[in-house]
Design a protein around this ligand. Structure first.
Ligand code: SF4
Ligand code: SF4
Length: 395
């Protein structure tokens, strides 16, 4: 049974405010509070494994092979204990494909038993009718099926041959088991942005919720971003579509598009290290899931003091909670809405962190990108990608 999607980061916006003026004032106060950080993250992503049976060309963690240093079952349970003590309301579990860990289901059951809800992302390939039935009987567990196109040709070009069929079978199984409103999670690309209506209708047909996320140039996405990220004209269409579909979940993905007009629902700031962070499969803690790079590594859950010490007092997270300079965006009239965009998108495209987002709706990012020399962007490294010959066999 899914978790509720209401709350401060939901697509429906901060709870309790009414009317545009009230929403705006409430939003500003909340934004300032969130910028200073919280006792515990609101949006904690935990990648349980680098292992994956697919090789998506935009994978933010360059997953493929398991890492021998991945947290053991006992260590993972200890992390859950810590999250429970910190009163973390829920954790987003991903990977890699998290369900390939043999202890995956016992671990999510343990999290729920400790009062930590679980929302997990999966490519659906292991979600059999029996598994779907078990999940339907669990409280505080939600499922996100990843799908990057409304048809097999569009999806499989990104996620690999057979992945569309596997994802649809998983959705069928969840629906047949009466799971409730699971999520269909789509990374918006140049190739699927014209399919948003079809994806929305697909979600409706399952009584599921559509969740859209932004393509960031992280992991293997660094190599594919320039070809796959939506064009400037498509960004405008996407913004218009999102305004017309407030029921679609977006998290913090598209706040840079708020510079086009009324603010989009969701978190309108970069929450990295403030309300967002990532625990990777080996226990390292990063500012957000899209910045797997030493520069944004705050510590490890294996360090003395564990995750709580990293979250509350690491030098990196402390600095990210300081007031940030608007830099080259300071003179932009849209800064309050856009906040200069996404730190990860800037970092991995080689742009200064205190300047415009590479997809700045006023075109400033595009102009700056033209000046980044070849090889001038930081490399995300090879990660855990399976060698090309093997991954080609999977497609
Ligand atoms: S760096 Fe980008 S993806 Fe990460 S929290 Fe900030 S805005 Fe979100
Ligand atoms: S100049 Fe900066 S603040 Fe203005 S729209 Fe572009 S990225 Fe956003």
């Amino acid at each position: 049974m899914p978790l509720s999607s209401s709350g401060p980061l939901s697509s429906s916006g901060p709870a309790g405010s009414s009317g545009r003026a009230g929403r705006s004032a409430g939003r500003t106060g909340l934004t300032e509070q969130l910028k200073r950080g919280l006792e515990a993250p609101i949006c904690l992503t935990w990648e349980l494994t680098y292992g994956c049976n697919l090789a998506c060309i935009h994978c933010l963690s360059s997953s493929g092979r398991r890492d021998p240093r991945e947290l053991s079952t006992a260590e993972a349970r200890a992390v859950i204990d810590e999250l429970a003590e910190m009163q973390v309301f829920y954790v987003n579990i991903g990977g890699g494909e998290p369900t390939i860990r043999s202890d995956f289901y016992p671990l999510i059951a343990y999290a729920v038993s400790r009062g930590v809800g679980v929302k997990f992302s999966t490519n659906g390939s292991t979600l059999t009718p029996a598994r779907a039935g078990e999940l339907a009987g669990m409280d505080y567990v939600d499922v996100q099926i990843s799908l990057d196109g409304a048809d097999a040709a569009t999806n499989d070009a990104v996620r690999g041959r057979g992945s569309y069929e596997a994802a649809r079978a998983a959705m069928d199984n969840l629906a047949a088991a009466g799971f409730g409103p699971f999520k269909i999670s789509v990374v918006v690309t140049r190739e699927n942005v014209d399919q948003l209506d079809a994806l929305w209708e697909m979600a409706l047909s399952y009584r599921a919720q559509l969740r859209l996320t932004r393509l960031r140039p992280s992991g293997r996405g660094a190599d594919t971003w320039s070809l796959l990220h939506p064009t400037a004209a498509q960004q405008v269409d996407l913004y218009t579509w999102l305004v017309a579909h407030p029921d679609v979940l977006t998290g913090d993905s598209f706040f840079h598009l708020s510079a086009l007009g009324e603010p989009l629902p969701g978190l309108n700031l970069c929450g990295a290290g403030r309300v967002v962070c990532l625990i990777d499969p080996v226990g390292d803690v990063y500012a957000c899931p899209f910045v797997l790079h030493d520069e944004f590594k705050a510590g490890s859950v294996r360090d003395p003091g564990g995750f709580a010490a990293v979250w509350r007092s690491s030098a990196l997270f402390t600095s990210l909670r300081e007031p940030a300079s608007a830099g080259a965006c300071a003179s932009c009239g849209s800064y309050d809405a856009c906040q200069g965009g996404c730190m990860a998108a800037k970092f991995f495209t080689g742009l200064p962190l205190d300047g415009p987002d590479p997809e700045c709706v006023h075109g400033h990012g595009e102009a700056l990108l033209a000046g980044v020399p070849a090889g001038g962007a930081p490399s995300p490294g090879p990660g855990h990608s399976v060698p090309v010959s093997l991954s080609a066999r999977r497609r």
